[in-house]
Design a protein around this ligand. Structure first.
Ligand SMILES: NC(=O)c1ccc[n+]([C@@H]2O[C@H](COP(=O)([O-])OP(=O)(O)OC[C@H]3O[C@@H](n4cnc5c(N)ncnc54)[C@H](OP(=O)(O)O)[C@@H]3O)[C@@H](O)[C@H]2O)c1
Length: 362
């Protein structure tokens, strides 16, 4: 059995480790992992691994895969299937969706079992937000039935998109007259633009790199699209709220200089330009800003709307967005660690095309 370890301070330095599964402990299930997706979001999990706790969740030392504390495992979203069960109530063959390491298999310690899913209550997972240890039984949720291959690629990102649109509306768009999305070709930005357009409250403007401009325009989710080197072509007199998926402080600073007091708020969502994010120059203006953490917002809305209300509101946008994806996203599937490593390197270097989604099984 194989798993992928990553040097926590040098993501290009990886090691493929073979492990023996041993006997399954009483009260646990053994799950075969895959297919799982890889997007820029997974790289961000590593960049924020210490800060938010993503390194702890599949910590290889907790699973006896290595004693080297400099190594970690990058989490991914995908499917799993129970191969063996020593937990009453979950049978071999049960299919699930959730958070996994890049590995052939994983032993989990289920708790809080319901007809819809369960929580992995392994001690070392308790430090991270509960959403990341929750697994859904896919056969129990009809929303997993459609576009099975697109789901692992888009599902975790679109929930964030939906919540950002809801948050901006809740905040009256911070008094802005337009919404500007950075790293507009990212799936999280595309989903956000889709929701904002469906709401129809304000024009949606996308900012992307030159090479991705045609793709972004082709989705028709944005009213206008600019590139990072044409920021100053935008009308600076329009009050603007920024949703930043890029984390590129050079870009942010140019936007601040350009819009000055017409920049009403910066919603910091991601760091897809993770190499640039590390070089962060000091901020010059005092634009109100905060980090948007989707699990916290989801918790708030589940409290406001109830679990069923949340699922219904999300589903209203999710299903048509998922349907739209066949026009702009192609999913490529591959097997084996070599394919994972090839894609992983492209992902680190920003060379995975925005019109592609990738699914892997080891
Ligand atoms: N805060 C939250 O709760 C939350 C939740 C979900 C996602 N996010 C974040 O949203 C961001 C987008 O994630 P995603 O999975 O949607 O991304 P994705 O679809 O994989 O994004 C691909 C795009 O990101 C840019 N990019 C990716 N790697 C790059 C690199 N190495 N150098 C320069 N540009 C690069 C390019 O866009 P451009 O050319 O358009 O810049 C590229 O087309 C991530 O940082 C993710 O963590 C945050």
């Amino acid at each position: 059995m194989q798993t992928l370890l990553v040097n926590k301070t040098d993501f290009a330095d990886v090691a493929v480790v073979n492990y023996d599964e041993g006997d399954l402990a009483d009260g646990q299930i053994r799950v075969d992992i895959g297919p799982f997706a890889l997007t820029a979001n997974n790289v961000t999990y590593m960049v924020t691994g210490d800060q938010i706790g993503y390194w702890s969740v599949f910590n290889p030392t907790a699973y006896d895969l290595t004693q080297d504390k400099t190594q970690g495992r990058m989490p991914v979203w995908g499917y799993g299937i129970v191969r063996e069960s020593r937990f009453p109530g979950i049978e071999a063959g049960a299919k699930m969706y959730g958070f996994f390491p890049i590995a052939k298999s994983m032993d989990m310690q289920p708790g809080r079992l319901s007809a819809h899913g369960f929580t992995d209550i392994a001690e070392h997972r308790s430090g991270l937000h509960g959403l990341y240890s929750s697994y859904s039984f896919t056969d129990a949720d009809p929303s997993y039935g459609a576009h099975v291959d697109l789901q692992p690629v888009l599902r975790p990102l679109f929930t964030t998109s939906f919540l950002i649109d809801d948050f901006l509306d809740d905040e009256s768009f911070f008094g802005a007259e337009q919404v500007l999305l950075l790293s507009a070709s990212s799936k999280t930005a595309l989903g956000t633009a889709y929701c904002l357009k469906a709401r129809g409250a304000l024009p949606v403007v996308g900012l992307t790199s030159e090479g991705n401009k045609d793709f972004v325009e082709g989705t028709e989710f944005y009213d206008r699209v600019f590139t990072y080197d044409t920021i100053t072509d935008m009308n600076p007199d329009i009050k603007t709220v920024v949703v930043d998926m890029s984390g590129n402080m050079g870009v942010i600073r140019t936007i601040e200089d350009h819009f000055e007091e017409n920049l009403t708020y910066i919603c910091r969502v991601g760091i897809s330009h993770w190499q640039e994010a590390a070089k962060a120059p000091p901020k010059r203006t005092a634009t109100p800003t905060a980090f948007f953490f989707a699990p916290d917002r989801a918790k708030q809305r589940i409290g406001d709307w109830g679990q069923a209300g949340f699922a219904e509101n999300l589903g209203t946008r999710w299903m048509p967005f998922l349907e739209s994806a066949k026009d702009w996203l192609t999913v490529e599937k591959a097997e084996g660690m070599e394919a994972v490593l090839e894609n992983y390197k492209a992902l680190l270097n920003g060379q995975s095309g925005p019109d592609k989604g990738y699914l892997f099984t080891l």
